[in-house]
Structures are given as C-alpha cells and as structure tokens.
Design a protein around this ligand. Sequence first.
Ligand SMILES: [Fe+2]
Length: 233
Amino acid sequence: MSKIYNFFPLSIYRGKLELSANIKKEMIDEIVIMKKTSDKGLKPTQNAWTGDTHGHEYLFQNKKFDFFYKEVEKHIMKYMEHFDLDISKLEFYFQRSWATLSNSKEHISTHNHSQSNLSFAYYLKKKPGDSPLVLIDTSKHNEFIPQLFTSPSVNRSKIFKKRTIMNIPRINIETEEDDIIIFPSKTLHGTEKNINNNERISISADISVLAKESKNLEHLTPPFSEWKKFNNI
Ligand SMILES: [Fe+2]
C-alpha cells in the first residue's frame, strides 16, 4: 500500500457573478468607448487592449461599475474563507482595476502583478472559443530534473506517457462568461496565443491586503490610515 501526498498547493478560486443583462450591456458599452477614445498607450500589435496601459486604470471610480465591485468583494471574501484567515483583522483595497478587450488573435503576454497581493479576472463577454486564461507554475516543486516539465525535446520524445497535474508547468483554464477567477497576484498568467477572439472582454483588479491593527505585528503592511506621505518633495 502506498500513497502520494500533494502538499503546498496553488489554490485558484472560480465563481460566477450574477449581473443583469442591462448592467452588463452598460459596462460593455462603457469599455468599448474607453478603447475607442483612449490614447495609443503601450499596446504592441497582437497584444490585447488593456485599460491599465491606456489611461483607464481606476475603473472602480466609474459609477456604472459600482454594483460589479460590490459583488466582487463578496467573492474575494469567499476566497479568503479557504485560507482560514480572521478577516476582521484585515483591510482590503482595490488599488487599480481595468478592462481588457481582445479581438482576432490578440493575446495578453505572460506577466504577474508583483505590486499587489490578490488579483482577479472577470469575464464580462466571452464566447466558448475565445482565449483561455493561462497560469504558469514558477515553483515546480515536482520537477526533480531541471527543465523536465518545460523541455520541448522531452515533449517530442514522449518521455512522459501523459501530462497530468503532476507534471505540467502551465495550465489553461477554460473560463466562461460571468466567471470570476481569483488568484495570488504573484502567479504568472496570460492568455493563450493564436486563438481567435470575438471581442472578448474581461475586467481585472489588483487588491492590497493590510493589517487593521499593526501593534506587535510584523510582515503585514500596516493600515493605510497610519501612513505619512513625504511633505518635502
Ligand atoms: Fe494580469
């Protein structure tokens, strides 16, 4: 008798937002206008339009999205329940939030949000064939030979009989419209390349988690209300 223990998981939350068709239409219309009227930003060809690099990085300041962020907060709290945290000792802030819009074979390159703690992607408009979310494992605890999981030649030579959760360095999440995916911001992620998108629209945000009370506490960021801004620069 033998068994395998899978320790040290990466836990990704998947939930469903219930927004009325009217609210969704209002949000979609607003995002389409943002894209049309935004400056050129940093967008290279083949990259999806992302609001954060086009002057729309505080979407939560737009009243038309109020109900949306209220619902998101509930899902963030549900995600937190899985970590058995005492939520009453923490405070949460949306620090930035933006929409993304992908057409044809545009994609979002692999990245993480290192200035943030929690991030999410909500799929406001997504057809079944549109690009999935890709998550990349940077820890690879099981990779006992360096590059065993990522090597193209290992793949070509069929060294693995099959690829499972035990031996993959990346995973596609086939998200559906209305899904919300929440993950630690340090997780590398992007969208699959060479997939045809039909005005795929998602909304993301970066969330900071701070301590409410800093007394006798290290490692957590102290409450924002106690910070002091430089006065002399
Ligand atoms: Fe992202």
